[in-house]
Design a protein around this ligand. Structure first.
Ligand code: OGA
Ligand code: ZN
Ligand code: ZN
Length: 395
């Protein structure tokens, strides 16, 4: 059922489930799906907003059956006519309820998941689209998936990463060799344990999806990898201390990587990013590279209390997956959600991890293309935005 407002400024559609969504005349005109106004199959625009009169109104709107299914046929005051499929309209509805439904809801880690972390076999993931799709969905929903049974030879992580998307370049290039060797001690293979952290939070866009591949393991189980759900920790903080949580979403932390004469990367983003509904959608946790906090003095007490508790939660052994990566094991995780670290290295023998990164936009692009190809769940649409700041900032 459709109902046109008196002035023709908007039309309301009632869906079969009893809910309704409203569409503005200007929004419909701007998004006209006809071939004069754009390319209906890709959504690319020919008609541009600069050509449209903002006071355009609807002179007619009616529900009709066309060759491609149920649609509404509309006419505007500028003389143009168009048709919108109701399925397309439902998918693009922008009322509060629809926007909330489209927002991303992660599956937070439970003890069950920590005891039995999701894993997929390498060969299947590389050769079968459906297994690869499962892998991408696990990473999307849980933030981490282990891949086992791969070859231990260098270059394996890169092969899998290229199936997901373009490789991202980091401080160390495209493929990073993390070699802890007692003969070649350096900064990069310092023996000290690494607390769970976000990699490169001092970048405007930190690495998205990280892959760690074990080429050689050290002796005696040295360097156990640790993983922790930053979203679960953030939700726990929100429950325990709403003001402390809010201080971490509303104020920016300054991060800095500085080597004299070589590199000076600085950025300011909240430690916890939230979407427009206040859902956690990204974390940047790495107090090793935190520059002096520069926020409203009135926020300092809440900020420090929230930060201290959040760091405690992110170092909580009961929240961690602990896994000794064996040759051929790969861990894939979302750097904007999962904190990673490792225990102390002992420098007996050699521990060699190869490490590559994929940009998160490419990861989601591959997921959507594959979900269309396999005609599997269409909810590949909602994008987990990542740690790019809070949309609720001014509310
Ligand atoms: C790092 C890191 C992991 C490891 O150097 O940032 O996370 O297992 N290393 O050595
Ligand atoms: Zn048109
Ligand atoms: Zn790291």
């Amino acid at each position: 059922m459709t109902r046109l407002s008196n002035e023709g400024t908007q039309v309301t559609l009632r869906w079969n489930d009893g809910t309704s969504s409203c569409f503005h005349a200007i929004w419909l005109r701007d998004n006209c799906r006809c071939s004069h106004c754009g390319e209906p199959s890709t959504g690319r625009r020919t008609l541009r907003l600069s050509q449209i009169d903002l006071s355009v109104t609807l002179t007619d709107a009616r529900l009709v059956q066309s060759g491609s299914g149920e649609c509404i046929r509309v006419a505007w005051s500028d003389g143009h006519q168009g048709e919108f499929g109701t399925v397309w309209l439902k998918e693009h509805a922008y009322d509060a309820r629809s926007r909330r439904m489209k927002s991303f809801h992660p599956a937070l880690w439970t003890n069950g998941l920590r005891e039995n972390p999701p894993s997929m076999p390498f060969e299947e993931v590389m050769t079968a689209d459906s297994a690869f799709f499962d892998l991408l969905n696990i990473i999307k929903n849980h933030g981490l998936c282990l891949v086992d049974g791969a070859s231990a030879s260098p270059g394996t992580a890169e092969k899998l990463a290229r199936r997901i998307g373009f490789l991202q370049t980091s401080n160390y290039g495209k493929v990073m060799d993390l070699i802890a060797d007692k003969r070649h001690r350096s900064m990069a293979n310092d023996a000290d344990p690494l607390k769970p952290h976000t990699d490169e939070p001092y970048r405007a866009s930190p690495p998205g999806i990280l892959l760690f591949h074990c080429v050689e393991a050290g002796e005696d189980g040295v360097g156990t990898s640790t993983f922790l759900d930053g979203f679960e920790a953030a939700e726990t903080l929100k429950r325990e201390d709403p003001e402390g949580f809010s201080a971490l979403t509303r104020n920016n932390q300054t991060f800095r990587r500085f080597f004299d004469g070589d590199v000076d990367l600085i950025c300011e983003f909240p430690v916890i990013s939230t979407d427009q509904f206040g859902n956690v959608c990204g974390v940047r946790v790495n107090d090793r590279v935190a520059a002096p906090t520069c926020i409203d003095p009135g926020q300092i007490t809440d900020y420090y209390r929230g930060m201290k508790r959040f760091l405690q939660l992110s170092e909580d052994p009961d929240r961690m997956i602990r896994k000794i990566l064996e040759p051929g094991d790969i861990a894939i995780f979302d750097n904007h959600r999962i904190l990673h670290g490792r225990t102390r290295l002992k420098f007996r023998g050699r521990r060699w991890l190869q490490w590559v990164q994929v940009e998160r936009g490419d990861f989601y692009s591959t997921l959507r293309i594959l979900s269309d190809k396999l005609e599997r769940n269409k909810d590949a649409r909602p994008l987990l935005r990542g740690a790019y700041g809070s949309q609720t900032l001014n509310q």
